[in-house]
Structures are given as C-alpha cells and as structure tokens.
Design a protein around this ligand. Structure first.
Ligand code: GLY
Length: 418
C-alpha cells in the first residue's frame, strides 16, 4: 500500500471537487467533504487490510478486538461495511484509481466472509453487503462481488419467518427468546433483498420485503408516531406479542437512532415499491423526530430528552436522519412537505459540520464526534462510530455531488465501470 504521505498528496483541492454550487454557495460543505476525504484516505493507509472497532475510544478508532475464532482487526460484526462504504464514497468523489483499488480490496474480504460462513447470524447482512459487494458490482462491475451479495441475500432469507412474516433480527434462530423478534433498524436491510430480487427475477425477495415492512409499519410504528426499537411475535403462531427496547431509554421511550432508521427505511421502501403507506410512515417518523429536536438540531440519544438535559447527543442519529429526510424530500409528492424535509436535512447536516466534527482542540480519526452506540450498556457513549461517519459522508455526498446515485436505491442499470 502507498504511504500516508503519498496518499495525502492526492487529496483533491477543495476548489476542484465536483460540488453543486446551488447547494453550497459558501463552500462550507465542500470544505467538509475535503476534510472527510483526507481522514478516510489517512485511515485506509493506517489500518491497511484490518478493520477498526465499532466506535472510537477516547477519540480514535482502535483495531476491532480479537474474539473467539477471529484475530484482532478481522472482518466481523455489523459495522465493517461502513468503513468500506466510506472508501466507495471517496472513490465517487475523486474518481481516483487508488481509492477504487482500496475499496475493491476491502470488498473482497466481504466476499470471502460470506463464502466462509463467518459471522452471518444477523439481519445486518443487508447493511454489510449493500455498501460493499452490491456497490462494487454497481460501480466496478465486480462479478465476484455480485455473486457474494446474492449469497448474502440468500442467507438473509433464511431469517424470514413464517407465519409472522418478519425478517428476524439477531442471533441463533432456535433461541426462543430471540426467535420472534425484529427491530426497526431492519428496514435498512431490505435494499439487499430488493436488489437480489431484481438481479435474479425471483419474486420471493420482494414478497419477503413487502410483508416485513408491513409488519414493521403496523407494529413498531406507534399511534403517536414514535417507534419501538424491537417487537416480538410468537414465532409458531405469528401472533404479535409486545414492543420493547434494546438500546433506548425504556420500552416506551423513542430511541433516536431507531426513529432515524424509520424515516430513511420507509422512504426507501416508498421509492422502491411506490407503496403510499410507506410514504405516510416515513412522514410520521420524520414529523415526530423534527418535533423532538433540540435547539442546535442534533438529537439526544433518546427523544425523551430535550433542551436542558445533560444526556449525550447521538450525532449518528442526526446523520442518518439527514440522509433519511433528504431521501423523503426526494420522493415527497407534497411541495410544502418536500421543502420542510429538505430544509431540515440541510440544517441538520450543517449543524453536524459546524459543531460535531474534529478540530485542532478535539482531534479524532472519526469524521463525526459525539455519537452513542448503546447507552444502556454504556457502550460507545459520546464517541465517534463507523455508521455515523458513513452517514455523515453520505449526507454530504447527497448535498454536494451532482447526479450521485444512492447505494440503497433499486438498480437502474447493469453493473459496470463508471
Ligand atoms: N443497527 C444497530 C444500531 O443502530 O445500533
């Protein structure tokens, strides 16, 4: 691999970045993109073929710790895809062959992982393979990556449970405590199944997505427009049982990141299927989220907290919501709502750029500071995190790169080189 110094020299001049001037008249976002790309490239060199942990520790990413069967820095867990997703975004901004090479090399490890059957007991295969193998197929025509993404989609389908009609979330499917459970985050795992349906022409993928999203909409989205993080069904009879939380402040509270996954996931489902109920669901999640924003526009980790609270913020929820609101605005049929959601996405993104990125006084190898992974377990509280970094750069990319095509969207073309 190239040295840090050599790679840093290739960071594009801000003035030369392909930036939409209408979206960025003052150039603040272009400056933020250049800073982010510099960090992404530096990190790629520093970590080489190894993966960092989910979150920073005291400001910097340690290597992903060793675990049974896995060496330090190995590709396991649900967040490594965001690291590789950042490399693909960097390549889309710069068109640089080295960025593409790094992204392809990291992607190859996801192909290896699925074929080796390593750490696949999770619905997060959607996150893991959309941002890596599907993207490598779409942007670089990588046939091995396409086959690996299809293998991941097939594996994910083994979590689709009849008669509940849900994609089960985590862990051993034979564990009665977990078997009938799904979570709101699962909405973002549906694009992998949608893509697999398009590529194979097999209707079973779209049918599973349709049923799962309907179950999430009718049971996890509450009457007051907030969301449960998780919900249980009786796996044998399909009877809906109860909502609960895993990472929120309480079973009846509204975990901020879950609500953000809801905005984004339902909007994507509306784009894919045209389902009017999904548009309404995304609006409901968005309106609740926006009604619970503190003054600076960056949510606390649970929406029960508001201005005056000393609870930590979750910048990653804000970054996801900024992407979700931009997506919602792009599919919104009502002009007034479109303006509201696009304006809120822009405001949130600018709040993150201005107040939640590293500075000389607060240096970090994360792109975004002050996120929360799992407050109840005291995990990754007030740290940077891989998904926060990814969605921050995705939000910047949506705002600045004219003609950019989201990895979460259905295919509109065969894979191939750009
Ligand atoms: N999808 C897991 C999380 O948002 O923490």
């Amino acid at each position: 691999m190239t040295s840090i110094e050599a790679r840093t020299e290739t960071v594009p001049d801000v003035a030369n970045l392909p930036v939409n001037p209408a979206a960025d008249p003052a150039g603040d976002l272009a400056t933020a993109v250049a800073a982010a790309l510099t960090t992404v490239r530096r990190n790629a060199v520093a970590f080489g073929d190894l993966f960092p942990d989910d979150t920073t520790r005291d400001g910097d990413y340690p290597l992903r710790p060793a675990a049974e069967g896995f060496a330090e820095g190995a590709n396991r867990g649900w967040t490594t895809c965001f690291w590789t997703g950042l490399q693909w975004l960097a390549h889309e901004h710069t068109g640089d062959a080295t960025d593409r090479e790094v992204a392809l090399r990291q992607t190859a490890d996801f192909a290896r992982r699925v074929h080796a059957g390593e750490d696949l007991d999770t619905h997060d295969l959607g996150f893991l393979y959309t941002l890596t193998c599907v993207t490598a197929w779409r942007l670089a025509g990588d046939e091995e990556a396409r086959d690996a993404a299809l293998a991941a989609a097939d594996h994910l389908m083994t979590r689709f449970l009849e008669p509940a009609g849900i994609v089960q979330a985590w862990g051993d499917l034979s564990d009665p405590a977990q078997r009938g459970r799904t979570i709101v985050d699962s909405l973002m795992n549906m694009p992998l199944l949608t893509w697999a349906g398009e590529v194979t022409g097999e209707p079973r993928f779209a049918e599973a997505v349709r049923r799962h999203v309907e179950q999430v909409r009718t049971h996890l989205l509450r009457p007051d427009d907030s969301t449960f993080h998780t919900f249980y069904w009786d796996a044998e009879t399909g009877e809906p049982l109860r909502g609960a939380t895993e990472q929120g402040a309480g079973d009846d509270s509204c975990w901020a990141r879950g609500q953000a996954w809801g905005i984004y996931g339902f909007a994507l489902h509306h784009r894919t299927t045209g389902d009017p109920e999904a548009l309404v669901a995304s609006r409901r999640c968005a309106d609740y989220f926006l009604a619970h924003l503190p003054a600076d526009g960056v949510v606390f980790w649970d929406l029960v907290y508001g201005d005056g609270s000393d609870a930590p913020r979750d910048s990653s929820a804000a970054a996801i919501a900024a992407c979700g609101l931009a997506e919602l605005a792009s599919v919104e049929s009502d002009p007034q709502r479109r303006e509201t959601y696009a304006g809120a996405a822009d405001r949130m993104l600018r709040a993150l750029v201005a107040g939640y990125t590293p500075t000389v006084d607060e240096p970090s190898d994360a792109l975004l500071l002050h996120a929360v992974y799992d407050a109840p377990k005291n995990k990754g509280v007030d740290e940077g995190c891989l998904w926060g970094d990814y969605f921050y750069l995705e939000a910047l990319t949506r705002a600045t790169l004219p003609g950019w095509r989201s990895p979460w969207w259905p295919s509109d073309a065969e894979g191939g080189d750009r």
